[in-house]
Write a protein that binds this ligand. Structure first.
Ligand SMILES: Cc1cc2nc3c(=O)[nH]c(=O)nc-3n(C[C@H](O)[C@H](O)[C@H](O)COP(=O)(O)OP(=O)(O)OC[C@H]3O[C@@H](n4cnc5c(N)ncnc54)[C@H](O)[C@@H]3O)c2cc1C
Length: 333
C-alpha cells in the first residue's frame, strides 16, 4: 500500500477502486516488465495518456538551479508548495530545478552535526541510515508529513523556505536547533532557523540566495526529543497544531536545555521562550507551568483548522503530551 499511499482519491468509493485495480491487473497480466515496453503498452491500451511517452525526454531538459539562485528564475525543489500556490505564474516563468543539483543531495555527519543538502527530499531524509542512527524517532515522525508520493518530491529545505507556520519539518528542525547555510553570489552565511522567520511568510532570504544546507546538531548525550501533531484528519493532513521538544537534564534531574517549538499558533513557526524553566526538575508542577507558558505565548487565529481558543488549548495538551511519552519521561522504550 505504501506505493499507492496518497494516490487514491476516495471520492469514488472503495468498490470502484477495487474494481479498477482488478481490471488493471487483468490487463497488465503477462505484460513485459521492461519500463519502455511497459509504458508503450500502457499508452497503447489507453491506461495512461500518450504524452506520458515524452516525459523522460522532457525531464532530461529541465534547467538545473545555479550555485546561487538565478534572480530572474523561480527555484523549484519538489514543487509541492509552489505548483499548488501559483500554477499560472509558473507556466509563464523561467524555472530552475534543485532536483538537478546532485551536489546538494546528501546527508552526512561531520563532528557533532548532521549536514543535510538543500535538495534532500523528506523521504530520503526519513530513510537515511545516518538519520536512523542519530535520530531514530524521525523515521516514524516524518510519516506524519503528507503521503509517500509527496514525501518523495517534497524537500526539507522547501518546507523551511515556504515558511508555513505549520510546516512539520520546520517545527521539528526548530526544536532541534537547526541552522541554515544560505548561499548567494557573494558567498555563504549561516542563520539559526529560530532567526529565519521575520513575519508571516517573510524570511531572511534575499533575492538570488538559496538554502544550500541544513545543519542539525546531534542530540547531546541524554537529550530527549518528541514530536506531536494534531490535524482534522488523522493521516495525510496538514496540522492544526504541531509541536516538537528537545530537553536535557543534569544528573540531579534538573533541566539544562529546553526547546519547544509550536506550529499553527502564530504568524511564524514559533520557538517558545522557556529559559526560566532551566534549573527546575520536570515534575508535574513544572510541566503544568510549561504548558501554561506555552498557551500564554500562543497567538493563534480562527481558521478552517480550528478556532483560536481550540488551538491554544491544543498546544497546552501537546506540551503535556511531550513529557508523557516514554522516551521523554525516561522510561524504557
Ligand atoms: C497534498 C499535500 C499535502 C501536504 N502535506 C503536508 C504535511 O503533512 N506537512 C507539511 O509540513 N507540509 C505538507 N505539504 C506542503 C509541502 O509538501 C511541504 O511544505 C514541502 O516540504 C515543500 O517542499 P518542496 O520541495 O515541494 O518545495 P517547493 O514547492 O519546491 O518550494 C517551496 C518554496 O521554497 C523555495 N525553495 C525550495 N527549496 C529551496 C532552497 N533550497 N533554497 C531556497 N528556496 C527554496 C521555492 O522557491 C518556493 O518558494 C503538503 C502539500 C501538499 C500538496
Amino acid at each position: 500500500m505504501d506505493a499507492l499511499d496518497g494516490n487514491i482519491c476516495r471520492c469514488t468509493g472503495y468498490a470502484a477502486i477495487r474494481n479498477a485495480a482488478r481490471a488493471l491487473c487483468e490487463k497488465l497480466g503477462g505484460m513485459n516488465d521492461a519500463p519502455a515496453e511497459r509504458l508503450a503498452a500502457l499508452i497503447g491500451s489507453g491506461v495512461v495518456p500518450g504524452y506520458f511517452g515524452g516525459i523522460p525526454a522532457r525531464l532530461a531538459q529541465l534547467r538545473a538551479a545555479p550555485a546561487a539562485a538565478a534572480k530572474d528564475a523561480v527555484l523549484v525543489a519538489g514543487g509541492t508548495d509552489l505548483f499548488v500556490q501559483r500554477p499560472e505564474q509558473l507556466m509563464e516563468s523561467e524555472l530552475c530545478f534543485l532536483s538537478k543539483r546532485p551536489d546538494l543531495d546528501y546527508v552526512r555527519v561531520e563532528g557533532d552535526v548532521l549536514r543535510v543538502g538543500g535538495a534532500v527530499t523528506i523521504e530520503d531524509f526519513r530513510l537515511s541510515p545516518t538519520v536512523r542512527r542519530h535520530f531514530p524517532a524521525l523515521e516514524r515522525d516524518f510519516l506524519l508529513h503528507s503521503s509517500a508520493i509527496l514525501r518523495n518530491k517534497a524537500t526539507l529545505a522547501g518546507n523551511v523556505v515556504n515558511a508555513s507556520p505549520i510546516g512539520d519539518a520546520t517545527i521539528i528542525l526548530l526544536a532541534l536547533d537547526a541552522r541554515l547555510v544560505i548561499a548567494g553570489e557573494k558567498g555563504s552565511r549561516e542563520v539559526p532557523l529560530s532567526k529565519f522567520y521575520l513575519g508571516y511568510k517573510k524570511t531572511d532570504l534575499a533575492c538570488g540566495e538559496l538554502v544550500s544546507e541544513i545543519v542539525i546538531p546531534l542530540l547531546p548525550a541524554g537529550a530527549r526529543y518528541s514530536f506531536e501533531k494534531v490535524s482534522n484528519r488523522t493521516t495525510l493532513d496538514i496540522a492544526a497544531v504541531n509541536s516538537a521538544l528537545r530537553v536535557s537534564t543534569s544528573p540531579d534531574g534538573t533541566i539544562t536545555d529546553l526547546r519547544i517549538s509550536a506550529g499553527g499558533v502564530a504568524a511564524v513557526p514559533l520557538l517558545l521562550h522557556l529559559d526560566s524553566f532551566k534549573g527546575r526538575k520536570p515534575d508535574a508542577a513544572a510541566i503544568e507551568a510549561i504548558a501554561k507558558a506555552a498557551e500564554g505565548e500562543a497567538r493563534p487565529i480562527d481558521d478552517i483548522r480550528g478556532s483560536a481558543a481550540y488551538k491554544k488549548l491544543l498546544l497546552g495538551r501537546l506540551v503535556r503530551a511531550h513529557f508523557a511519552v516514554p522516551a521523554v519521561a525516561g522510561e524504557a522504550v
